[in-house]
Design a protein around this ligand. Structure first.
Ligand SMILES: [Zn+2]
Length: 113
């Protein structure tokens, strides 16, 4: 399962940062997820509890910020917001394969104690 692998990678990142800052406990984990990243936020929250169990992040609150997808049209060079996963240029109707944003899947910040 895709989300499980992602969450395990995230746990490594989070625990490493917590260790570096001598945190006893992690309170909030802020994630940025692009709408084209192919991740289901509900599945992420579910795997979060599973993966973080028994770690200093077990009680942490997962906050997910969704980044809307934007694409650049290769024909008329306009940039536009992609809707429902479709990157079709509203100006000339060409399907764009150049996402500018929306593929993010990153740890934005941590609140630790
Ligand atoms: Zn266009």
């Amino acid at each position: 399962m895709h989300e499980l692998t992602l969450m395990e990678a995230l746990r490594e990142q989070v625990l490493e940062q917590a260790k570096r800052h001598s945190a006893r406990c992690i309170e909030v984990i802020h994630l940025r997820i692009g709408s084209l990243a192919g991740v289901d936020p509900e599945a992420l929250e579910w795997t979060f509890a599973l993966v973080m169990a028994g770690s200093p992040a077990a009680e942490a609150w997962l906050q997910i910020e969704t980044v809307p997808a934007r694409c650049l049209c290769g024909i008329c060079a306009s940039s536009f917001e992609a809707e429902a996963g479709s990157c079709r240029c509203p100006r000339c109707g060409t399907a764009s394969n150049r996402p500018l944003q929306g593929l993010e899947l990153e740890l934005a910040s941590l609140e630790i104690r």
